[in-house]
Design a protein around this ligand. Sequence first.
Ligand code: FAD
Ligand code: NAD
Length: 468
Amino acid sequence: MNKHDIVIIGSGPGGYVAAIRCAQLGFNTALIERYKTLGGTCLNVGCIPSKALLDSSEHYHNAVSTFKEHGIELEKAPTVNFKQMIDRKAKVVETTCGGIDFLMKKNKVTVYQGYGSFKDKNTIIVKKEDKTEEILETKYTIIATGSKPSSLPSLPIDKKRIITSTEALALPELPKSMVIIGGGVIGLELGSVYQRLGTQVSVVEYMDKIIPTMDDDLGKELQRNLKKLGVKFYLSHKVTGAKNKGKSVTVTALDKKEQEITIEADYCLVAVGRKPFTENLGLENIGIQPNQRGQIEVNEHLQTSIPNIYAIGDVIRGAMLAHKAEEEGVFVAETIAGQKPHINYNLIPGVVYTWPEVAAVGQTEAQLKANGVKYKSGSFPMRALGRSRASMDIDGFVKVLADENTDEILGVHIIGARAADMIAEAVVAMEYRASAEDISRMSHAHPTYTEAIKEACLAATENRAMHI
Ligand code: FAD
Ligand code: NAD
C-alpha cells in the first residue's frame, strides 16, 4: 500500500498545477494519469497543438497573401508540406509534455501511469496497462479528470471522416474541403488553420451568430474577417445527419425555413462543445452522482459532497479553459493547507486564437442589459493605430464597457492583432477595480496595439478618444 497526503486523478492543467502547489505546500503528493504522457487535453490534443498549427498556417498565409506588399518577393510560390507541419506540432507537444515530467520530478510528485478509480473515500486503485493494480491510501483526493468531445445523436463520430478536434489535429493529408459543425472556439480556430492552408471550410452553426457566448460585436467582426479569408457560414442551421461515404462525407442540415441543404466534404469536424469525463472513476463507490450535465457538483471551496474529495477544471461547472483549471488547482491545494484563497470567476479571460485574435474579460453588453446595469461604452478601431498600419493588421477594435455612474470598467472586448496578450492589461485593471479614466491617464507605449485600450477608455469616459 502506497500512502499519500493528496492524490490527484488526471494530469491536465488542473491536475498537474494542483500537484505542484500541493508539493510546494509540503504535502506528499501523487498524480495519476491514464495516458503515457502528462499534460491532459491541453498539452496533448488541445491548446498547444492547436496553437502550433495556427502559427504554422498563419506563416503560410502571410507568405501567400502579405509578403508581396511588404516587399518580399519569393522566387516560387510557397507550398504546404503538411506532413512537416504536423510533425513540428508533434515535436512541440512532445517537448511541452516532457516539461511536465521534469516539473513533477523537481517537485517530488509521485506519478502513477494507469487508470485511477475510487475503492472508497480514502483508497484509490490504479489499473495499469499490464493489468496489474496498485492501491493508494490517501487523506485527500482531487478529481481533475477533464472532458472529452461532445457528439450529437445525428452525427456519430467514426474518427475517420466524421471527426473530433483530436483527429483534426493529426489528419493524414491536407483536405480539400471540410464541414465544421459548431461556430464556437474549436470550430473557428481549426477552421482558420485549414482555410489558410487552402481547404474550403464551411461552418454550420445552430445559432444565428458565431462565438455566441462572447459579445455580439466580436462575433460580427470575426465573421466578417473569416468570410474574407474564404470560410463559408451556414448560421441558424440545424444539422440532421452526416454520412461517411468512404473518401468523403455528406452533411445534411435544415435552414431557417426548414429547407434541407447538403454539403459534401472530405471531412466533417464535430465541434459542438465538450462534456465532463468521469467514466469508470468508481464515483458510485463513494456516493457521488454527476449532475445532468455530467459535472461533479462542488461547493464554493470546490469540495464535493465527500469532505476530503475535491474536483477542479473541466469536470466541474464553469468555463472549460486551461487557465481556469490551473487557478482551481492552486485554490484547492491552498484550501487543503488551511489558507483562504480566492478566484474571481468574472475575471477569467476568454480568447479565440484566430487572426485577428479575439479576447474578452468581464461582462458583455447583453449581460449588462439583462442585469439592468447602466453602462457606457467606448470603442476604438485598430485601423486608427500607427502600429496596425505598420504591420498591416488593421482589422478589429477595442470596446470598453464602464459603469455609467462610477466609471468602473465592467467589460473589455477586443478583436485585433495580439488581442490574446493585450487582454492581460484589462484583467489587471479590473482586478484592481480601475475606472476607464484611470487607464486612460496611464502611459501606453507608442506605437503599440495597447494604445487602442487607452483610446477606448478615453471614449468610454468622456467620449474624447484622441486619434479618431
Ligand atoms: P484535461 O486537460 O482534460 O486533463 C484531464 C486528464 O485526466 C487527461 O489527461 C485524462 O487522460 C486524465 N484522466 C481522466 N480520467 C482519468 C482516470 N480515471 N485516471 C487517470 N487519468 C484520468 N483552453 C484554453 O484555456 N486555451 C486554449 O487555447 C485551448 N485550446 C483548446 C483547443 C482544443 C482543440 C481543445 C480540445 C481544448 C482547448 N482548450 C483550451 C480547453 C483546455 O484544453 C481544457 O479546458 C483543459 O485542458 C482542462 O483541463 P483539466 O485539467 O480540467 O482536464
Ligand atoms: P463551444 O461551446 O465553444 O462551441 C460550440 C458551438 O457549437 C456553439 O457555437 C454552439 O452554438 C454550436 N452548436 C451546438 N450544437 C450544435 C448543433 N447541433 N449544430 C450546430 N451547431 C451547434 O465548444 P467547442 O468549440 O467545441 O469547444 C469546447 C470547449 O473547449 C469550449 O468550452 C472552449 O472553452 C474550449 N476551448 C477553448 C479554446 C480557447 O480558449 N482558445 C480553444 C478551443 C477549445
